[in-house]
Ligand binder design. Structure first.
Ligand code: NAI
Ligand code: F6P
Length: 384
């Protein structure tokens, strides 16, 4: 069995590639970073180091890498005979890999079983987004192309930080915890062999619980930490005020999750406690700059802050802590992150109400609008 995985970065090697290897697949990594592709091809194995309580090493073998920028045809050829195609490139990059997957499906024999396509990104229904990009390319030919693939949404959860200096080859340091939930309906019973994943009938509660708890909490910690001048995620949560603010934010998202999906208060309290312990793992070399990256994406309408806050406001639930977190996100300033630079430029040049709608998609009249305008106005006063 063969899997083509797009994005040989942190989650690609440290999680998706590892679980595909454990499922018995030969893994072909496709990436655009030439030094990374070369480094992978220079090795016959790499080790995933899970650090912290319950950690340990796992060796991955049976992989190679292709450079999809220098040799897109090689990726097309691999896809034509693969069983599985996965991605971990970032939600905004999906549209750039859609043409390669489309070409791979066109080249694929209709006699083969369908290619299982699964986008493993921190975004709701990322595989649907990828499928829609491919369908747009196929136009009238879409039914024939669609018949050669199964598109299934997924939720992936494992903290894979920026990698420590001096680590061997393409080894990856990760946390011990992981969860990969995949919707099973599209496979009509013929689910791929991935023992580390679990297949579920309805992915929405899983992906929303994950995005609105793990990712809301992690990014909140990053923004509060960055504002306080703290570098490491675990150090940020050692600050009692930051810990309290993150807890309050997650209590608000839990209230939304209970209302939307019927989770019990107890199970979400346990889930929150577990994820806070994961963030506090002192052996993970994770920084506020990595976890806070791309603040414009994170502040967008259906993402980890504005998504649950808008729903909470519509239901008359509390949003005070979430708005405080948005305030911290608006202060995220680093020259190394193009979205952080753009956000600060927007804050300097754009009137508050226009900025709220542009960045968060929330319009005047929505019950969250005034709170967001107040958060922006406060940040603009700090910058003045
Ligand atoms: N790192 C983490 O802890 C987690 C990350 N994720 C998600 O996984 C995705 C990737 O995140 P990371 O692995 O942390 O990022 P990363 O930056 O380590 O890896 C992304 C990789 O994609 C490659 N890439 C960029 N454009 C490409 C293209 N057109 N074709 C092929 N490869 C391309 C990059 O060169 C890089 O190697 C994101 O959507 C993130 O939200 C999800 C759960 C956990
Ligand atoms: O690109 P994003 O959305 O920050 O994704 C990475 C995040 O996902 C997580 O792995 C949580 O699953 C966090 O480690 C990390 O902050």
């Amino acid at each position: 069995m063969k899997a083509v995985h797009f994005g040989a970065g942190n989650i690609g090697r440290g999680f998706v590639g590892l679980l595909l290897h454990e499922g018995g697949y030969e893994v072909v990594f496709s990436d655009v970073a030439a030094p990374l592709v070369d480094a992978i091809n220079a090795e016959t194995s790499y080790t995933v180091h899970a650090v912290g309580d319950g950690g340990g090493d796992t060796v991955v073998t049976g992989f190679r890498a292709v450079n999809s920028q220098l040799d897109p045809q090689a990726v097309v050829d691999e896809l034509a005979t693969a069983d599985v195609a996965t991605t971990a490139v970032g939600p905004n990059i999906l549209r750039f890999i859609a043409p390669v997957i489309y070409a791979g499906l066109v080249a694929r024999s209709a006699e083969l079983p369908p290619l299982a396509v699964m986008a493993c990104e921190n975004a709701i229904r990322a595989t649907d987004t990828l499928r829609d990009e491919i369908a747009a390319l196929a136009g009238a030919g879409w039914p024939a192309v669609a018949a050669k693939a199964v598109f299934a949404n997924t939720a992936v959860d494992r903290i894979v930080p920026g990698q420590p200096e001096g680590q061997h080859g393409v080894d990856v340091t990760v946390e011990p915890f992981f969860e990969w939930a995949i919707e099973q309906g599209p496979f009509a019973g013929a689910v791929p062999s991935i023992p580390g994943a679990h297949f579920v009938d309805d992915l929405t509660p899983y992906i929303e619980r994950k995005l609105f708890t793990v990712n809301t909490g992690h990014a909140s910690t990053a923004y509060f930490g960055a504002r306080a001048g703290i570098e490491r995620i675990s150090d940020a949560l050692a600050d009692p005020e930051i810990l309290a603010a993150v807890r309050s934010t997650l209590e608000e998202t839990s209230a939304v999750l209970i209302a939307r999906h019927g989770f019990t208060a107890e199970e979400l309290a346990d889930y929150r406690a577990t994820i806070l312990r994961r963030f506090q793992n002192p052996e993970l070399p994770d920084t506020v700059w990595r976890v806070g990256r791309q603040p414009l994406r994170k502040l967008s309408r259906h993402e980890r802050f504005v998504g649950p806050a808008a729903d909470a406001a519509e239901r008359g639930l509390s949003v005070a802590a979430l708005l405080g977190t948005v305030g911290a996100a608006l202060a995220f300033e680093t020259a190394d992150d193009p979205e952080a630079v753009e956000l600060q430029e927007l804050l300097r040049t754009t009137e508050a109400t226009a900025l709220v709608t542009r960045v968060t998609g929330i319009e005047a009249g929505h019950p969250l609008f005034d709170g967001l305008v107040a958060a922006v106005t406060t940040r603009q006063a700090d910058l003045a």
